[in-house]
Design a protein around this ligand. Structure first.
Ligand code: PLP
Length: 364
């Protein structure tokens, strides 16, 4: 799906220099590299941001900062990565499943008022595949409910219309969370994550929680966790952030090639790529039960593809105790239809053509 050597080649020397700088600094926890990257991130996003160890911790710490615990309900889409729901269970709260919209792959807004109860304390709004979910509509449907934006898949995505036009995903809810897992659009060379907020008191609480509940060394004010962004990752991410916008532009070009070449092909549905989408994934839907066959055919021709995700989270063994309150039929259907195709900044035009030709050969 991704070739890191090719991705890193244009700035390989800068990456090596950054890693060497950390090695020779002797500062392996926190320190200037982590602080510098946090400043760069805050600057890019236009909102204060702190580094943490990964995107799952970012979600857990965000919920802890909001005081989520036993007896609380947190609404979350059934069609997302497990981490979005797992953290709710870790804190002893209940995940309340929401279906997704088949056009956007994001939360089905029309179900939210049905799911809203006096116990609803928060909603995890996932910006899936790199497309901004409609946070303004969530706010209208759930007044007073805290919004955590799970921006693991959408760093750099922007709204281009509505009240948040021009803002970045992850900066308009109570808290936004990010993952810098290597395959993410802004990916490190290991785990990494961040939390953003425009509410300085909330972000200060999150920062304290991520540091064992202390704001002063050895003075612990609340129960916290140990979640730090490693300076090696911060140094790598600082370099990659400089090339981030360029990488998104390349992916947009590749996506429009896919869209042009696949439009009108029977048996598949193409994604609706709106402005502001960062193309973390280019996910098509294969109809008539042919997805597995196509994936195997692509594999035989040396082409990787991925299924994000093969079942709704409500169908997973670990989460079955959270019985759905509404129909999750779109999540269930998508889990049988979606297929993410390779898309990354160093991919060649010829490779897109090969993927397209192979898909067409299978479906004809
Ligand atoms: C939607 C979503 N949320 C959370 C995470 C968790 O991020 P991490 O792997 O950095 O813990 C991921 C990572 O795949 C994700 O896709």
């Amino acid at each position: 799906m991704l070739d890191f050597q090719r991705i890193h080649r244009p700035y390989q020397e800068e990456l090596s220099a950054a890693l060497e700088r950390v090695m020779h600094s002797g500062q392996y926890i926190g320190g200037p590299e982590s602080a510098a990257f946090e400043a760069d991130l805050s600057n890019y996003l236009g909102a204060q941001t702190i580094g943490v160890a990964n995107g799952t911790d970012a979600l857990q710490v965000a919920l802890m900062a909001l005081g989520i615990g036993p007896g609380d309900e947190v609404i979350v889409p059934a069609f997302t990565y497990a981490a979005s729901a797992e953290v709710i269970g870790l804190l002893g709260a209940r995940a309340v499943w929401c279906d997704v919209d088949e056009g956007t792959f994001n939360l089905a807004i029309d179900q939210l008022s049905t799911l809203h109860t006096p116990q609803t304390k928060a909603i995890i709004v996932v910006h899936l595949y790199g497309r901004c979910a409609d946070v303004a509509a969530v706010e209208q449907a759930l007044p007073g409910v805290a919004i955590v934006e799970d921006t693991a898949q959408a760093f750099g995505a922007q709204w281009t219309s509505g009240p948040y036009a021009g803002q970045y995903a992850g900066t308009v809810g109570a808290l936004g969370t990010f993952s810098f897992f290597p395959t993410k659009s802004l990916g490190g060379m290991g785990d990494g994550g961040a939390i953003s907020s425009r509410k300085s008191d909330l972000l200060a609480r999150a920062k304290r929680i991520a540091s064992h509940g202390q704001s002063k060394k050895y003075h612990h004010q609340c129960i916290g966790v140990n979640s730090r962004l490693d300076p090696m990752q911060a140094a790598v991410l600082g370099v990659k952030l400089k090339y981030f916008n360029q990488s998104i532009e390349s992916k947009k070009r590749l996506a429009s090639m896919y869209l042009d070449a696949l439009s009108g092909v029977d048996g598949l549905i193409l994604p609706d790529i709106v402005d502001g989408h960062i193309l973390h994934q280019f996910t098509i839907r294969i109809l008539d039960g042919k997805r597995e066959g196509l994936q195997a055919f692509l594999k035989e021709h040396g082409i990787d593809s991925m299924v994000y995700y093969p079942m709704g989270l409500h169908q997973q063994e670990a989460y079955k105790h959270w019985t759905p309150k509404v129909s999750l039929q779109v999540s269930e259907r998508l889990s049988h239809e979606v297929l993410s195709l390779p898309i990354y900044e160093a991919m060649e035009t010829e490779e897109v053509k090969l993927v397209v030709d192979t898909i067409k050969a299978f479906l004809s």
